[in-house]
Structure formats: structure tokens, C-alpha cells
Design a protein around this ligand. Structure first.
Ligand SMILES: [Mg+2]
Length: 320
């Protein structure tokens, strides 16, 4: 499919919705496969276990990674709103003592601001329980004394002020939203072309949900820069297995003992399962019906919402 050239966010968003509609029309129903052997081969971990007709986790998770947007809360006209039953469900998880980390691709805010925003809508959470691409890339820059060129959201720009940004040796691109101008994209391209600088992207999700509308995310800008510069970006964030491993190491656990809860079938569930975790896809946030029959990602479990997912996880602790 040929997608026309865009110059503003509104055009891109409209086009995405058109593409989504066409995708829906062309959707092909896939057969439901019940063989546990098939799932094990397809996902390289676990398998569906049909007990009394209900899908359950194949293995008791020792810890939980949980996405934020679309799972714990949605954003409506720029205002965060907790998803129905999610505050109570999250408290049940905390009260259970099962270790957890929030694993987000949100690159517009620092983890301190993210925690503050979540507390405002009822979640009792501290910044040290959140892993984001921003916190992860800052760690990479610190450890390697990099001089970054950064094209990121203005709200998180200040997080990089502590670093020397003259004569950059790496390029970092996050969801810059309105700053994805021709001028900024071209400057970024010129730093990349020739392949002398390492290219990091803060997530590469295709789209997100805001006010009931799908909106374009950083992924297509990364793909465009890769296409023109011929330099492949290393993902800092979901779906990179490195990111899931970092989150697992924060809990001091093996990825195989963890479950990831997310609303993005590719970034959350696919990425987590490739890293060895179990993956629960929730039917909230950006979830669309077609995600349940994704051609390559077969979630360990599809749950109605966070509350349902937490119930299954906590019940699995009781053993079966
Ligand atoms: Mg999400």
C-alpha cells in the first residue's frame, strides 16, 4: 500500500484511521488452534492450557510487569482517567506481595512525573517502580559517557540537560510529537547518514489511543529515518528483549518467571514473549478485535481488563 507524504500530525492521524479501516475490511479469520504443541512452537514459551474451557496461564508467574497507558489508565482530551476497576485491581496486586514493575514506553514524561500522574488518579506508586525508555537511555548515556543528540518530547527534554550535547556521538529519538518537523527530521537524518553514530529510539510503537482516537506514535518516524539514513535503530523500550530483561533484573528475577500485561499485541505481548515472559493481552486501551488473531503473536492469555488479568495471576498462585 502506498501512503502519501504528510506534513502535519492531523493528516497522518486521519490516514492511519483510513489504513485501520481498510485493514479491518481485509481481515481474514484465522482458525482457532487448540494444540498446545503448536503454541509452544509458535511462541517459544508456554502454551494455552484449557481447563474447563477457560484459558489460563501455563505457568505460575512469580512477578508482574505491567504497562500503564491503555491498561491502568486512558487519556481523554489530555486528562488521565483510570480504567474501570484498575485502581482496585492494582491494589490487589500490591497487597498480594507479588513483586511488580510498571513497564512503559511513555517517553514524554520522566518516571517521577509518571508516578505523580498515576497517584493523582488513585494508584499508590513510586517512581522507582517504573521503567521507561527515558530512564533506560539515561542509564546507557551515563555508563558510556555519551554525548547525545536528542529529538524527544519537550516535556522530557530537560532530563538530558545534564549531558554534554556538543559534537554528539549518538542519536536519540523519542516521541517528539509536534517537534517532528521537516527541519528536525532532516537534522537528525544528517547526523545519522554515513553510519558514524549509533541510533537509539525510545520505543517504536505504531500508534496509541487518546480520547478514543488512534494516534500515530514514534515508530513511523524511526522507520523513515532508518530508510533514508540506512542506519538501523536500537530500540530502548518495548518490544526490545533488552528492555524486558532490564525490567526483570530490577526484580531480580528471570524473564521466564514473569508475566507482562499490556494492551499492545506487538510491543507489549509479542516483545515480552520473545524475551521469554508470558504475555497477557488486555481488551482495553488500543486493543482491537483483530489483535486476537494476530498472525505471529499468540498471547498466553487474553483478559477483559487489568482486573481480570490480576485475578487470573493471583488465582494461579493458589496452584493448578
Ligand atoms: Mg499501552
Amino acid at each position: 500500500m502506498t501512503i502519501p507524504l504528510f506534513y502535519n500530525r492531523l493528516d497522518i492521524t486521519s490516514a492511519l484511521n483510513i489504513v485501520s479501516d481498510k485493514t479491518k475490511v481485509k481481515k481474514v479469520s484465522l482458525p482457532i488452534l487448540s494444540s498446545s504443541v503448536f503454541y509452544e512452537k509458535e511462541t517459544r514459551i508456554g502454551f494455552y492450557k484449557n481447563m474447563g474451557g477457560e484459558r489460563k496461564l501455563s505457568k505460575r508467574p512469580q512477578g508482574v510487569l505491567c504497562d500503564i497507558s491503555g491498561v491502568m489508565k486512558n487519556s481523554i482530551n489530555g486528562v488521565d482517567v483510570a480504567i474501570d476497576k484498575s485502581v482496585e485491581a492494582f491494589k490487589r496486586l500490591q497487597d498480594s506481595g507479588v513483586p511488580y514493575v510498571l513497564c512503559t514506553n511513555e517517553s514524554c514524561y520522566s518516571t517521577a512525573v509518571l508516578a505523580q500522574k498515576l497517584r493523582k488518579i488513585g494508584f499508590n506508586i513510586s517512581a522507582d517502580k517504573i521503567v521507561s525508555p527515558v530512564s533506560a537511555i539515561i542509564q546507557v548515556i551515563k555508563e558510556n559517557n555519551h554525548r547525545p543528540y536528542v529529538l524527544v518530547n519537550e516535556k522530557v527534554r530537560g532530563e538530558f540537560d545534564r549531558f554534554d550535547q556538543s559534537d554528539p556521538d549518538i542519536v536519540v529519538v523519542g516521541d517528539a510529537i509536534d517537534d517532528f518537523t521537516y527541519e528536525n527530521m532532516n537534522k537528525t537524518f544528517k547526523l545519522l547518514v554515513g553510519g558514524e553514530r549509533k541510533f537509539y529510539c525510545l520505543g517504536r510503537s505504531k500508534y496509541y489511543l487518546e480520547s478514543g482516537e488512534l494516534k500515530l506514535e514514534v515508530g513511523c518516524f524511526i522507520a523513515g529515518l532508518e530508510y533514508s539514513s540506512q542506519v538501523k535503530a536500537e530500540v530502548i523500550g518495548k518490544p526490545s528483549p533488552v528492555f524486558f530483561n532490564q525490567a526483570a533484573s530490577l526484580l531480580g528475577m528471570s524473564p521466564r518467571d514473569l508475566v507482562m500485561i499490556g494492551d499492545d499485541v506487538d510491543s507489549d505481548v509479542g516483545g515480552a514473549m520473545r524475551a521469554g515472559l508470558q504475555g497477557i493481552l488486555v481488551k482495553t486501551g488500543k486493543y482491537r478485535e483483530k489483535d486476537a488473531s494476530h498472525p505471529t503473536v499468540k498471547p498466553t492469555l487474553i483478559a477483559d481488563n487489568l482486573s481480570h488479568a490480576i485475578d487470573v495471576i493471583l488465582n494461579s498462585k493458589k496452584g493448578y
